[in-house]
Design a protein. Structure first.
Ligand SMILES: Nc1nc2c(ncn2[C@@H]2O[C@H](COP(=O)(O)OP(=O)(O)OP(=O)(O)O)[C@@H](O)[C@H]2O)c(=O)[nH]1
Ligand SMILES: [Mg+2]
Length: 361
């Protein structure tokens, strides 16, 4: 899974990127090139996997990961330039950092704190970028159709006209209702306003206890209830300090700020929810591992996430929910109790399933 971090300049994008990916990069200042970006990998925290590892004591424990991309700040009005946001086109989701922290010494593009306005402005940049792509393609299509009639091209033309209308009304494409054929047609364009987006409000340290009320405090209820849109908050500065601590110190530090979990944990959890992602596990002496899949994935496709050979030679999946396995402490015990179920190709994998794939390869 890949997520792109976007936002206006000096809102805390790189700060968040560093926290998420635990990157210790000193040269995080961008040289000014619009297409420059940093890539980092965040580990998805999962206490269930840690518990499984305690039982199986494997040589290796592999958490799921999310790849984050940190790009230069958006400049209003420049999104028509296709290369500017080009780096973001192949991400699965966008994380939009919104500045809420007050700091006189750090300039704010609009000169004042107003998350609702900033969210609207960023959405507008995404729309404008998509619209310019739609218009170019429509031009081309109309010319091609004049030369040669084609049902396939006509279908694309109709769909892109719908997209154009939507964008001209300043509505993001993620709100369009599309059937699976239409989704397929649009996939290649990698439209930005079609991607799920998580707005992350970057709060002042003093506001750490307000995270739960953030949506109502800034009247973001209507925004957060839109399809494929999430809103959450972090305290960038607090999290940056937290990232330097470990274990008990980190827990004490969190308690001091009245926080239940680190912003990193929450952010990754919310991103998973937003994208409809779940985890299943494989266990053994060699490796205990978490795998990420879309909710509603079949056992066959889940096998393919591990290796295409396992999908190709799939016989069956042996499944036990992780909480049951943690209780019984071994697969043999689970089997003896009749809790290790045999499932076929079409079984829909559930979050927390521990799976042993039987295959003939
Ligand atoms: N007071 C305060 N300052 C912060 C916070 N988060 C980031 N900053 C500061 O704001 C400045 C900009 O932070 P960055 O993370 O570099 O922001 P950015 O969005 O990556 O900036 P560009 O890449 O230049 O667009 C830095 O000086 C940070 O130390 C915060 O939560 N509180
Ligand atoms: Mg930056």
């Amino acid at each position: 899974m890949k997520a792109g971090i976007i936002g206006f300049p000096q809102v805390g994008k790189t700060t968040l990127f560093k926290i998420l990916t635990k990157a210790h990069l000193d040269m995080m200042k961008f040289s000014g090139s619009k297409t420059e970006s940093h890539v980092g990998v965040a580990t998805v925290p999962d206490p269930r996997l840690d518990e499984l590892s305690k039982i199986f004591n494997p040589k290796k424990t592999s958490h799921a990961t999310v790849e984050y991309l940190d790009v230069a700040g958006l400049v209003k009005g420049e999104s028509k330039d296709a290369t500017y946001l080009g780096n973001l086109r192949n991400v699965d989701a966008l994380v939009h950092v919104v500045r809420v922290f007050a700091d006189e010494s750090i300039s704010h593009v609009e000169g004042s704190i107003d998350p609702k306005r900033d969210i609207a402005n960023v959405e507008l940049e995404l729309l404008v970028s998509d619209l310019s792509i739609v218009e170019k393609r429509l031009d081309r299509l109309e010319k091609d159709i004049k030369k040669q009639k084609s049902a396939v091209l006509e279908k694309e033309l109709e769909l892109l006209k719908r997209c154009k209308l939507c964008l001209e009304e300043e509505k993001p494409l993620r709100g369009l209702e599309l059937d699976s054929d239409e989704k397929k047609i649009l996939r290649g364009f990698m439209f930005l306003s079609e991607k799920p987006i998580l707005h992350v409000l970057n709060l002042s340290d003093g506001d750490s206890n307000k995270i739960d009320q953030i949506i109502s405090a800034f009247q973001l209820g209507a925004i957060s209830s839109q399809v494929n849109v999430g809103v959450t908050a972090v305290c960038g500065k607090v999290e940056a300090e937290l990232a330097e601590l470990s274990g008990e110190d980190a827990e004490l530090f969190l308690a001091d700020y009245g926080l239940k979990e680190s912003g990193l944990d929450r952010l990754i959890r919310v991103t998973y929810q937003l994208l409809g992602l779940i985890s299943f596990f494989t266990v053994g002496d060699d490796e205990c591992r978490a795998w990420t899949i879309q909710q509603g994935t079949t056992a066959l496709k889940a096998a393919g996430v591990i290796h295409s050979d396992i999908e190709r030679c799939f016989i069956r999946a042996e499944v036990v929910p992780c909480d049951k396995l943690l209780e019984l402490k071994s697969l043999t015990a689970a089997r003896d109790k009749g809790l290790l179920r045999m499932e076929g190709k079409g079984y829909l994998v559930q979050d927390g399933d521990v799976i042993n794939f039987r295959h003939s390869g």
